[in-house]
Structure formats: C-alpha cells, structure tokens
Design a protein around this ligand. Structure first.
Ligand code: FES
Ligand SMILES: [Fe+2]
Length: 434
C-alpha cells in the first residue's frame, strides 16, 4: 500500500515531477521506424509532452516540439524537406536539432539580419535500433542506448506491435514483476474463456532478485522440472519500463499520466530446416484492445494483461490496495523507484543507466530457456508441437495481426499460407507492411 502522496509521485510523468525526471534519464522507444514509410510525419505524445516525429528526405529522424516556434501552428501538418520539417503556416523549416534553418520571408526581405539564427525549438535525439525508434528526453550527458543482446539475433522474424492503453503506465509495469497472474489470468481464466474448467499448475514458491538491469522473478510451479530456468534465471522487469521474456520485450511507455503506449518487440527463431531469414524492414502493426461490442478483447495474452491494467482504474489507487506474499517483487520495485527518484534529485545516475560504450554495444540478458527451442526443431516437428503449432495459426500475444504480416511470418518460418512446406524457405524477405 502507498500513501496518496506516494502514489502521486510514482505515477506522474511530466517534466519536473520526481518520476518524470527519473524516466528522462533513459532512452525510451516511441515508434517503429517502418511506420514512417507511408506517413513520414506523425504526432507523438510522450511523458506528457506534445511532439512531432518525422523522417526527412535524407532519412534522418527528428522529434521536435509539436507547436511551431513561430506562432504555434501544429507541425504534425507540416511537410518534410530533404533536410528537416517545414511548417505549413508560414514555411519555417526546422531540423532534427531544433534549429530554424529557413525563415522564408525574413530570409528574402532581411537576409542580412539572419533572424533564424536566434530562433529554435525543443528537439530530442532519435536513434533507430532493431526497427524501433528510441529517444532521450533528459539532460546531458546523454547515456548510451543499450543494444540488448536479442536485438543482435539473426535467423528469425521480427515484428513490432503497438496498442494504446488508457491507464497510467506504472500499473502496467508492475505486471512485469507479478508471476502469479500467469496462472490465473492467462491459464485459468484463459481456459474459462475457451470453455474449459481445468486449472493449471499452481505456484508453489516465488523468489524476486534485483539484477544489474531490473528485477527478476523466479517461480516453482507444480510439476516443474528440477533446475528449470524458470527458477534458476526467471523473467526480468527491465528497468525502468519494460518486461523481458526471452524472445520478446514489452515496453509500457508513458504517454501522459493517464495513457500508456504498449510497444512489444518479438523475435521468432526459424525452424532448423529453414535458411536464415533477412528482413529488410521490421513490420509494425497496431493491436486493437476493444471489440465490436465495446468490451475489452480477451483472446490474446497481452490483451488479457490490458484488461487487468485498465480495470485497476485510470490511475490505480494504491492507498486502497491490500498486498500479499505474491506482491513481494512489486514492493521491491516500488522501493527502488523511490530510491532512484532521490538519486536523480541528487544529480546521480539511477539504476541501469549505461555510460560504457563497450558494454552498450551488446548487453547480455539472462533468459528462460525451455526446451525444445524453436530452432532445434524441423518444420514437421513444429507442426506436431503443442505451443509452436498454435503460433502457426495465430499470433499468441496480440489480437489483430494483419494478414500480410502473418504471411510474411509463415514464409520466414518456411511455411506457405496453408502451412505447406515451402521448397526454398528462408530467402530474403522484401519490404514488410507497416
Ligand atoms: S506558425 Fe509555423 S511558420 Fe508560422
Ligand atoms: Fe500477463
């Protein structure tokens, strides 16, 4: 349980708030790069700030204040140039560093005055990594952008899935250190949704461990194999706003105090009888969270999580909760966030900020490995495997995967749309849809 004041501190994300300042010490993903192929200018709201993201004619990404530095027009209606984004009102041109590089009328009428040198707008750096766009919204010196080891993996298929979630980000992130909900929400409730009344293996023992980059939870469930990496390694609530599950990441990106952008990045290793896949782009798709009747979608894993998050209220009131032994990881996490808010106030780096370029180049993360791994099996074996055969029918985690992405995924795994085995599996995949 938290006091109302503590709850406010842990949920507010605006500039100048303790948590807002803590989050501004990290690189944060906000979009997929391929989204800009068809629409190069997009409004972005991040940590309570209204911004516009664009990719200009030279391929450079920018993230600048949404309102024009001239007279505040909406730059999400601007248009790109070879370098920069031009306002549609009086034509001022801004670059990715926030410089005003053209002021058409003033440049013509009063060139000697060079007024543009005195104007500027807010701009945040953007880096592309593994098909994602990351930004850093904090003070200098800018830390390294960590290349998590899975971003370097090859021989598989990557995809990025986004959902707009109407609640505060922190209740989503608490879910990253909450093992017991798997048994109830995804297994037992999932069974009821499919008309079954069986219950899955009970959790018998939990452990929560702080690691270099987050908090791991470890579990023993009924019937679990001795030495399982679910107990020896566990899954990681990755600092400060992600969940790492081995083959995918989920970020809970704060849009503002009452909205979260869920961004998930998936890697699926190809079967062993398929040549390595090369994707020239990572597809990005939007997973809906509401069905035709206005109810939350409950059919997929992340959709089920979202039902829990939004059900906790727009901003969960932690002064009214009753914590139990299963919440020990959440208590540890909260304590660490409060400590780190203090560190930031004192001018120190919070947990997990990487300043060593050598380390940032490929940051190893321990992961749960449950045999058989997808790459250890042939396509025929995939078809017979209970988990992998399900993946061939639908995306397991997110509802609404577009048919084109599904087809590209199947092709990368060496299957045709009818699950026939493709003869020349694993050739280069051409441009993906976004
Ligand atoms: S308001 Fe943007 S150029 Fe005038
Ligand atoms: Fe979950």
């Amino acid at each position: 349980m938290l006091t109302t004041e503590q709850n406010r501190m842990i949920t507010q994300v605006g500039a100048g708030t303790p948590m807002g300042e803590l989050l501004r010490r990290y690189w944060i993903p906000f979009a997929g790069a391929s989204e800009f192929d068809e629409k190069p200018v997009r409004a972005v709201r991040l940590l309570g700030e209204d911004l516009v993201a664009y990719r200009d004619g030279s391929g450079t990404f920018g993230l600048i204040n949404r309102q024009c530095p001239h007279r505040r027009a909406d730059l999400s209606y601007g248009f790109i140039e070879a370098c920069g984004l031009r306002c549609n009102y009086h034509g001022w041109l801004m670059d990715e560093a926030g410089h005003v590089i053209e002021m058409p009328y003033d440049d013509t009428a009063n060139p000697a005055q060079n007024l543009k040198a005195k104007a500027s707008t807010k701009a945040y750096p953007v880096k592309e990594l593994a098909g994602l766009l990351f930004t850093y919204m904090g003070p200098a010196p800018v830390p390294e952008l960590p290349v998590w080891a899975p971003f370097t993996w090859t021989g598989g298929f990557r995809q990025i899935v986004k959902s707009d979630v109407p609640c505060n980000w922190f209740q989503c992130q608490e879910n990253s250190c909450d093992p017991v909900h798997f048994e109830w929400m995804h297994d037992n409730w999932g069974a009821r949704l499919e008309g079954r009344d069986d219950n899955s293996a009970k959790h018998l023992q939990l452990d929560f461990v702080e690691t270099d980059f987050g908090h791991a939870y470890r579990r023993i469930r009924e019937g679990q194999e001795e030495g399982s990496s679910l107990w020896t390694v566990g899954r990681l609530a990755l600092w400060p706003l992600a969940f790492y599950l081995g083959e995918h990441f989920e970020w809970r990106v704060p849009v503002d105090d009452e909205n979260t952008l869920s961004i998930a990045w998936f890697f699926e290793q190809s079967p062993k009888d398929v040549a390595p896949v090369m994707q020239d782009k990572v597809p990005v798709w939007i997973s809906p969270i509401v069905d035709d009747t206005g109810r939350w979608i409950t059919t997929h894993v992340i959709n089920q999580d979202i039902v829990a998050w939004v059900g906790q209220g727009r901003i969960a009131d932690r002064s009214q909760e009753f914590l139990a032994a299963s919440d020990r990881g959440i208590v540890m996490m909260r304590r660490r966030y409060f400590e780190d808010m203090k560190r930031v106030e004192q001018g120190l780096d919070p947990k997990g900020v990487i300043r060593d370029p050598q380390l940032a180049r490929c940051v190893p993360l321990d992961r749960v490995l449950l045999p058989p791994l997808p790459g250890d099996l042939t396509r025929e074996q995939w078809k017979k495997h209970p988990g992998l055969s399900r993946k061939l029918i639908d995306h397991r985690h997110c509802a609404g995967q577009p048919a084109k992405v599904r087809q590209d995924y199947l092709r990368a795994m060496g299957f045709g749309p009818d699950l026939s085995l493709l003869p020349n599996a694993g050739q280069k995949l051409e441009t993906q849809v976004s």
